[in-house]
Design a protein around this ligand. Sequence first.
Ligand code: PLP
Length: 500
Amino acid sequence: MLYKSTRNSQLRLEASQVIAQGISQEGGLFVPETFPDLSQELPAFLEMDYSALAKEIFAKFLTDFTQEEIAACVDKAYTPEKFGDPCPVKLVPLAENKVLLELWHGPTCAFKDMALQILPQFLTTALKKVGGGKEAVILTATSGDTGKAALEGFSDVPGTRILVFYPRDGVSPMQKRQMVTQEGANVSVCAIQGNFDDAQSSVKKIFTDGELNRVLAEHNMLFSSANSINWGRLLPQIVYYVYAYLELVRKGLVSLGEPMDVVVPTGNFGNILAAYYGRKMGLPIRKLVCASNANKVLTDFIRTGTYDRRREFYATSSPSMDILISSNLERLLYDLAGEDSEVLSCWMKELAETGVYSVGEAVLNKVQELFFGGFCNEAGTARTIRELWEKEGYLCDTHTAVAVDVCRQYQREAGGSPVPAVIASTANPYKFSASVLEALGIVSGADDFENLRQLEEATGIQAPEKLRSLREKEERFSRVIPKEQASGYVLETLGIGGQQ
Ligand SMILES: *Cc1c(COP(=O)(O)O)cnc(C)c1O
């Protein structure tokens, strides 16, 4: 299978090139040329465990990887040591036809582990084919979850180094603690004076700095990214929707061929796009329910066909969804607009220059046929956490709560025949202890470890050891630098300083 770009339909690249490169040269996102049809294979898939299923699906898309390479990637990523069980995900049935798909059993307690544990394996395999034997230097700017998940994924992976920049004033104490205590000989973490945009712009500048890239090449290294638009992060997410459907069949909640709904708490549109791709490949999905928090740019888009980022930005209790530009939407629209890369380039240019674009009636009709968009504000998020705990004894995090609430809105509106709704549960509640405590009506404090202890006391549910043990871990990284010094820091860390 070959890949083209959303902004250049003529392009044809192999999977390894696409994964190594991350983003297309003209700024477009890589998409598969065609999608395999899985519908006839579902009966055979029923017999497979998670790893076997993942290997089957990856083999259809990574056609320039050997079977052995794909197997090695999967076997290194989804281990019981990292995910607590041979199966990395869990399905938990709730009342009223809702089923939570817990995606947060990995090392950092958030769903990004599902992709970021295997991306380093994909990337190093790809670089062996197209990287000329160079060492990959992963640069990441993070507002919290991604940085830690990338650090865990790349920690001690041969042939890679990873440098993470976080805004000194822009991450939670728990998130900071997770990053500065990171183990591994090839990892570095550094705080930037300023906010997330400062960290992000420093990293972008380093990526495009010609001189710096030349110096790296001289030392047999190249910059790479673990960004969420990389195809190597999207592909692993398709697998768990297929797996979830098969589990519903195995549990007798649907018969093979009958549909499910899928509900996803959405930020950058990556997770829900993977579900859409699953549907496109023949997975019986009736509706894709896109759940937003107060930053409801996607809800408005799905309802009106106009994407308008010119609006107030809210810092909410579900920070990983506080996003006004959902990059992966570009891939959906490319598909729905008949793979017309000129139209796509035009919309994306309008977005960049004016902050708004409209897709027109034909595309809007397709969007609405496939998707339901809804949002949940802060009060609704807290109420949902409390209700779920009091009525069903299930403790969920803020992001998952947004999805549960929007699922209810959808079910009320859809009426008709009940179809099981699989809701992506994207973080362990203890990752957001303060907000969850407040939702339960308990006053939280400034110390996240104290909040964690209080939440354990209030619910009787133990926090994951990975979070509890952070308190005792040694802090390895304490550097804080002004953003102008970021490139110097990179050279110094790589041991090739002096050239500046
Ligand atoms: C990243 C993230 C999301 C949003 O996922 P997208 O793929 O960006 O839409 C939702 N919840 C949590 C906890 C996350 O970390």
